[in-house]
Design a binder for this molecule. Structure first.
Ligand SMILES: Nc1ncnc2c1ncn2[C@@H]1O[C@H](COP(=O)(O)OP(=O)(O)OP(=O)(O)O)[C@@H](O)[C@H]1O
Ligand SMILES: [Cu+]
Length: 856
């Protein structure tokens, strides 16, 4: 493939390509993406399947049957090999599909001009010649020549290794230098720009060096590590037991082949085959369920940590509030205008200048809702006056920075010599720029407090003129004159108070971290239902605190105001050091480090920057705080259901392991053969875990505090619960087997009848075991359509399979079964009901307050 760039397009100055032309080019040049290497071929899958221990055990058993001359059994086991492979394949495909879907949802976007208004499209659809808008926090989606750049700086470390942002400017001529180009994959750290795409996909600078951006991580989660450890240990113990059993059999009965077979059967019974499967399935399906709630999980480990969240750090604008700003009040020391109380009146003459300069200090094509609101108010309240200046040209601008919360724009009017500078920003910053005396500053501060207490976000507005040719480097070097204040209203989202109340009941602390003024923060906090007993801690106070002081203040603090992004990082670290599990929302470029540091970084899908989304583990696709609480609920549910499934797995294994050992010890004929264990282990049990996955959260689960961060998935409580249920069932089954053998006529197939009866009870009890463990709560189980239906299907399927084995003699022979009389069938049913009562008893006993293995 040639690396020469495709024929370059003329640079359209605006408008960009038409849709038809773009579609044509997309077909010609291919999508704007790098080929991903996915070594997931059949070979790999086959290898993965072939190395599964269950398969090896199967093959070994098959070989022994061959040697024994039982071709039927050998063939049947071979059949099961395909079942195992089929299940593996199906599982892998299912989880990969889920991951692919998540990848698609989190793929990068680009703001492109194809027609009069910018449109957001998937970056993979970009073509050469497209005109793309860039803003702070974007990943540059393709190589492009810059047509326009304003304070644009780009982090090119991905390409060059150089971590300092590089300043960019618009191309002066067609021969663009690197300073007038933006490269695919680099990061816009500040400013805005407009570029014309020159190369996409493999032709881009990024494509040529063959790097690709990290996608969704499918890393193993801590729980998966824990599970692997447990499975390994159990398998080791199982193998040792199997060896001992084989030896015992061989020595006591002098039959080596059957001894090894008994050992292998036990190994199969012990192997917790379904655990890893259950885990992958639960986490993967958990992520999938979350997407239906408009929450995208970019990292699977986040799903399991969500339920343990103890502290939720939220920003204010757009998370707690709707980010729908309107100008509510305009103030100068001569007049006040209030949108509500002055409704219907015209804006007083004294306030015209304030609004005029607020508009001049905003971008013409505003991205920021605050600036849109100011522009809108200007259009409405200044219409027909001489204060709107469509004919002025922008000379330069000074952006907002963490050190100076104000921005200025420098304008040239066609009929004036000197340039006019408009500034707006945090009132403190504007007062500072205006070099006010103390009395004046106090008057302004009092007014700011009054407006902020009404929940308004307050901006100061100032004006300056400038004659000299060269503009100064700092905003401070202008002679600013204070004009007045603008108060913006941003309503609290209607569902936020309920969501926060739910967090409180669930023992989760909600902490607000905002760049806004303390009084505004406090007022919004009150409306949202946050704890407001302690005064906010400001960024300035924070900077003066040592880490120890901070730890001491942390417990009582719920609002942090005027904090800078790096202070958010410090706060997150402080909570983590305190032992909290921290979820944090953020949307700006500067939030990325804190989002990464938090246990669960949360970005907004629509409002957040690309960078924030990349750094986050969760993306709220509808920007809705309430769905974050939903996500926490799902996190708790996944963990709770995993524990239920594990208890079931433990309880289901005890009887099959026991029934593999007991007959050998007592000198009885072997009860369970490999085929019986496979029937349970490979078909019934995995299907059953699907039911647990779909269980709804217990009614009171969001009214109890989060689980401890260090709580293990497998703990003594689970073991106790599972063992009690399992041992009871085992005792019952041994009694059934012994009784049936005693009862049966000592002739031909008395053993087979006993085996049939015992197996039937075992299978039915497995169903009872599920029904019991579906809910561990006091009182009747919550009805839930989805899991009820699934349980019904699986119970029907199981009973049908059982019926097949019992009723069709050819199949029955493979299981060494004999037909059961109606009386015995009824007896089997009766005993199964008995085992169900036992499971329920265990559940009630464990519900006692303080009992080990209680619901949590
Ligand atoms: N476009 C702007 N023009 C002027 N001043 C601004 C602008 N954007 C922000 N500011 C000032 O900077 C302050 C901090 O803004 P910033 O956007 O950093 O807050 P934030 O941390 O995102 O707040 P929140 O927690 O409410 O989302 C604002 O209170 C405001 O005074
Ligand atoms: Cu006027």
């Amino acid at each position: 493939m040639s690396t020469a760039p495709p024929p370059s397009a003329p640079h359209p100055l605006d408008g960009g390509l038409g849709e038809d032309e773009a579609a044509l080019r997309l077909r010609r040049d291919g999508p704007n993406e790098l080929p991903v290497s996915r070594p997931r071929g059949l070979l790999r899958l086959a290898l993965a399947v072939a190395s599964e221990p269950m398969l090896l055990l199967l093959v070994a058993c098959g070989a022994i049957y061959m040697v024994l001359g039982d071709a039927h059994e050998a063939l049947m086991l071979l059949g099961f090999v395909f079942v195992v492979m089929g299940i593996s394949f199906f599982q892998q495909r299912r989880s990969e599909r889920a991951l692919d879907a998540l990848r698609d949802l989190s793929s990068p976007q680009a703001l492109v001009l194809r027609g009069p208004t910018p449109r957001r499209i998937a970056a993979r659809e970009l073509v050469v010649g497209d005109v793309v808008l860039l803003a702070e926090g974007d990943r540059v989606p393709a190589d492009m020549d810059l047509l326009e750049a304003s304070n644009l700086a780009v982090d090119e470390s991905l390409l060059t290794g150089e971590s300092m942002p590089v300043a960019k400017e618009a191309a002066a001529s067609r021969q663009a230098t690197d300073a007038a180009k933006a490269f695919s994959g680099t990061l816009v750290t500040s400013g805005t720009g407009r570029g014309c795409v020159t190369a996409t996909g493999e032709h881009s600078a990024l494509g040529r060096i063959g790097k690709s951006l990290a996608g969704i991580a499918a890393d193993a989660t801590p729980i998966q590590h824990e599970t692997r450890r447990v499975v390994k240990r159990v398998a080791a113990v199982g193998l040792a037991l199997a060896g001992v059993l084989a030896l015992a059999y061989a020595i006591t009965r002098g039959d080596w082949l059957h001894g090894v077979l008994a050992g292998l059967t036990l190994a199969m019974a012990v192997l917790p085959e379904e655990l890893p499967v259950v885990l992958t399935l639960f986490l993967g399906l958990g992520a999938w369920r979350l997407t239906r709630e408009k929450v995208l999980a970019r990292s699977i480990p986040a799903i399991e940590r969500l339920g343990a969240t103890t502290v939720l750090c939220v920003d204010k604008t757009g998370t707690l509030t709707a980010n729908r700003m309107t100008v509510r009040r305009v103030w100068s020391d001569e007049a006040v205008y209030d949108r509500v109380s002055s409704a219907g009146q015209v804006l007083q003459e004294e306030l015209h200048g304030v609004l005029e300069y607020a508009v001049l200090a905003s971008h013409r094509r505003a991205f920021d809702p605050m600036e849109s609101a100011i522009a809108f108010a200007g259009q409405r309240l200044l219409a027909g006056t001489e204060h709107l200046h469509a004919d002025w040209t922008l000379v330069d601008d000074y952006p907002l920075s963490p050190e100076m919360l104000a921005m200025s724009r420098v304008w040239q009017s066609p009929d004036r010599q000197e340039r006019l500078i408009a500034a707006k920003g945090a009132p403190e910053a504007i007062v500072d720029l205006c070099h006010m005396d103390a009395d004046q500053a106090a008057i302004v501060a009092a007014q700011v407090r009054a407006m902020a207490q009404d929940g308004l976000r307050v901006l100061g507005v100032a004006q300056a003129t400038f004659d000299a040719a060269a503009l100064p480097a700092l905003q401070h070097d202008f002679e600013f004159r204070f004009l007045g204040l603008v108060g913006l209203e941003d309503p609290v989202r209607p569902d936020v108070p309920d969501a926060i109340a739910e967090c409180r009941k669930a023992g989760i602390r909600v902490v607000m971290m905002t760049g806004d003024h303390s009084a505004t923060a406090l007022s919004v906090a009150r409306q949202a239902g946050l704890m407001t007993d302690a005064p906010p801690i400001t960024g300035v106070e924070l900077a003066a605190m040592s880490d120890e002081d901070l730890q001491a203040r942390l417990a009582g603090a719920h609002i942090f105001s005027r904090v800078q992004p790096d202070q958010k990082l410090r706060l997150v670290r402080a909570f983590l050091a305190h032992g909290d599990v921290v979820a944090m929302t953020g949307d700006g470029v500067n939030d990325a480090p804190a989002l990464k540091a938090a246990d669960i970084g949360v970005a907004m899908g629509a409002r957040g920057t690309e960078v924030a989304r990349e750094a986050a583990a969760l993306v709220l696709m509808n920007d809705d705080f309430a769905s974050l609480v939903t996500a926490v609920r799902y996190g708790r549910r996944v963990f709770a259901n995993l524990r239920k499934a594990i208890v079931f797995v433990v309880a289901a294994h005890v009887p099959i392991v026991g029934l593999s050992i007991v007959p050998v010890l007592l000198g009885w004929p072997m009860l369970l053969m490999p085929v019986h264990i496979l029937f349970l282990q490979l078909i019934i049990d995995p299907a059953c875990s699907v039911v647990f996955e779909a269980q709804p959260l217990e009614a009171d689960a969001m009214k109890t505090p989060p689980r401890r961060a260090d709580q293990r998935l497998f703990d003594a409580a689970l073991l106790v619960r599972g063992l009690w249920q399992g041992i009871g069932l085992l005792a019952l089954l041994v009694a059934v087997y012994a009784g049936a053998r005693l009862q049966a006529a000592p002739d031909v197939d008395g053993d087979d009848v006993a085996r049939t009866l015992t197996f039937m009870v075992l299978v039915l009890s497995n169903l009872a075991l599920i029904q019991t463990n579906r809910s561990w709560a006091r009182g009747p189980r919550r009805r839930d359509r989805e899991s009820d239906r699934q349980f019904a299907w699986i119970a029907l399927g199981t009973i049908a399979l059982l019926g097949l084995v019992l009723a069709v003699p050819a199949v029955g022979r493979l299981f060494s079964f004999a037909p059961l009389s109606p009386a015995l069938l009824a007896a089997a049913l009766g005993v199964s009901v008995l085992s169900f009562s036992w499971f329920e008893c265990v559940k009630w006993i464990l519900l006692r307050p303080g009992a080990p293995g209680g619901p949590r």
